[in-house]
Design a protein around this ligand. Structure first.
Ligand SMILES: [Zn+2]
Length: 125
């Protein structure tokens, strides 16, 4: 069986980086796991050992389109100016209305509210 030795490390950040942490994980595996006869057997043994988390059913409910929008907003990857600014794709996070940041809160609570109000007022004339 193969045991790897970790190199001396100077910083805590490096000890948590990929190679040292991978070496530590490999060395902690049982001999049975390390001596798997094929990659597929190794992978199935890993799945049995670590049991990947079950994805909750509510992740699959609702319309996919809105789930994608929700995920983009939560991960700051939407087309809102604040997210575009955060991702270095806009020069400013300001909203078209002049508010300092077109973020999710401003968009969902203020912009949509005023658009609905505008539609109601326009439909009355
Ligand atoms: Zn605005």
């Amino acid at each position: 069986m193969t045991i790897f030795v970790t190199l001396a490390r100077r910083t805590e950040i490096y000890s948590k980086s990929f190679i040292p942490s991978s070496v530590a994980l490999w060395n902690d595996l049982s001999n049975e796991m390390k001596e798997s006869h094929s990659l597929n057997i190794f992978k199935s043994n890993l799945k049995r050992l670590f049991k990947p988390p079950v994805v909750p059913e509510y992740f699959y409910t609702g319309m996919r389109k809105f789930t994608v929008y929700h995920a983009r907003i939560r991960n700051h990857c939407s087309n809102l100016n604040a997210d575009l600014y955060l991702n270095h794709l806009r020069d400013s996070p300001t909203c078209q209305c002049g508010y300092r940041s077109e973020n999710a809160e401003h968009f969902l609570l203020i912009v949509i509210y005023f658009r609905l109000l505008e539609n109601i007022l326009c439909s009355q004339h």
